[in-house]
Write a protein that binds this ligand. Structure first.
Ligand code: PMP
Length: 419
């Protein structure tokens, strides 16, 4: 039977970094939002009594908050291997980060994006008035590089941006980011990496990958909701109008003599961070970054995930009614995110049975990546009911996931599809 969700939450907060936490409810939806690490929680709690406004006052608490906020920025920049003159902006989420970048692109920028992207990476560009070239879904990483290269080579002069994901939120498959970055730069284009699903599983180093910007969300990286990051090249960000108009983003606001206002905007990060920032969120993201890099966090997590991923995929492969979804083929390298269909089941119905009868939480539906899911299911439907494509389920996991959760899912699917 399903566990008490509140008990699950308090347990999730204590999830140890390298696994082993016995949580009653099998929360296998880390790709949507991961549980908060105890250490992140503790750091935020330790700061809670000392809130003060940031960049505003000279009082003791205000100075403390400002220092902690700016230190969090440095921690995350170091975590991402940012170049010395990169900007690191705290945003609300990956969606917010990519919309901020879309709002900051020079006029006339052509954006190249694979149709397989998450809606957050697919949609902001046209929404902000840019010309978008949709690249067809590749069937192998090499093909992705070739398709991007050909499209960029054939594009007219002018600013260009390639937007790619590091790891798919549907198949978990890794994209050839380094090669795509090199291809973009060969053709005078910039590249932004949607690392929402990559950074919870793998080190992301902006300099080593050669990407111009990277975006990710704290809530998928074991921090609470509400904070994200956009980091990368300063030039386009500095030249753009502020993302939000308001306090903190201004240098001078004065009457201009005609009854109007003369505004000069701040430079640096402040330009795009108007309003009182989410200091708690920034601290939490920085704490999560430290948790993953201190004491071999990433290697431990990666080894544990690899073991559980094999266990899950082997278990699913043994069930005749289950088909794993993949764009690049079964052998492709992936993070701990697996989607599949189950013969005879509509995915929402199956997800409900799994939750209510077995205490397992998986995601069902289109995963905010409708073109990709339609493609994986070989469905052409483009109607709002998704053309009968509501067949996919997704299981994803990470720090603190015990093997029993994976076994429970396989056991439940075996029982529900037997006979
Ligand atoms: N990109 C990818 C690959 C994602 O998986 C997600 C979240 N599902 C997003 C972007 C958007 O992240 P958020 O909802 O935190 O803005």
């Amino acid at each position: 039977s399903a566990a008490d969700p509140h008990a699950v939450l308090s347990e999730a907060v204590t999830a140890p970094l390298a696994g082993g936490g016995e949580i009653g409810y099998a929360a296998l939806d880390y790709a949507a939002s991961a549980p908060v690490l105890r250490r992140v929680w503790d750091e935020v709690a330790a700061y809670a009594p000392y809130y003060g406004s940031v960049h505003r006052g000279t009082g003791h608490l205000s100075r403390l908050s400002t220092e902690l906020f700016e230190r969090a920025r440095e921690t995350v920049a170091a975590f991402l291997g940012c170049r010395a003159d990169d900007r690191l902006l705290f945003t609300r989420s990956t969606t917010d980060s990519l919309n901020l970048l879309a709002a900051a692109l020079p006029a006339g920028t052509r954006v190249f994006v694979f149709e397989t992207e998450h809606h957050a990476a697919l949609l902001p560009w046209a929404h902000h008035g840019h010309r978008v070239h949709h690249l067809p879904a590749p069937t192998a990483p090499e093909e992705a590089v070739r398709v991007a290269e050909e499209a960029l080579a054939g594009a007219p002069e002018g600013p260009k941006l390639l937007c790619v994901t590091g790891a798919s939120n549907v198949t978990g498959e890794l994209w050839p980011v380094r090669r795509l970055a090199a291809a973009a730069h060969r053709h005078g284009a910039r590249i932004v990496l949607d690392a929402a699903q990559l950074v919870p599983h793998r080190e992301v180093n902006v300099g080593e990958l050669g990407v111009d910007w990277v975006a990710f969300s704290g809530h998928k990286l074991y921090a609470p909701f509400g904070a994200g990051v956009l980091a990368g090249r300063a030039d386009w960000l500095d030249a753009a109008e502020p993302y939000l108009a308001g306090g903190g983003a201004t240098r001078v606001v004065a009457r201009d003599g005609d009854g109007g206002l003369r505004v000069s905007w701040a430079e640096g990060e402040a330009r795009h961070e108007a309003g009182s920032p989410n200091v708690v969120g920034a601290l939490a993201v920085a704490a999560a970054c430290r948790a993953l890099t201190d004491g071999g966090g990433y290697p431990a997590l990666r080894a544990r995930e690899a073991e559980l991923l094999t266990r899950l995929r082997t278990g699913l492969a043994a069930l005749p009614a289950v088909t794993e979804l993949s764009l690049f083929g079964a052998e492709s390298e992936r993070v701990a995110v697996v989607s599949f269909t189950v013969d005879g089941w509509e995915s929402g119905e199956l997800a409900t049975v799994l939750s209510e009868r077995y205490g397992i939480g998986v995601r069902s539906g289109m995963f905010c990546a409708q073109p990709l899911v339609r493609r994986l299911l070989d469905a052409d439907g483009d109607s709002e009911d998704c053309g009968g494509t509501l067949r996919a389920l997704r299981a994803s996991f990470g720090a603190g996931t015990p093997g029993e959760h994976v076994d429970r899912l396989i056991g439940a699917l075996a029982a529900l599809t037997a006979g």
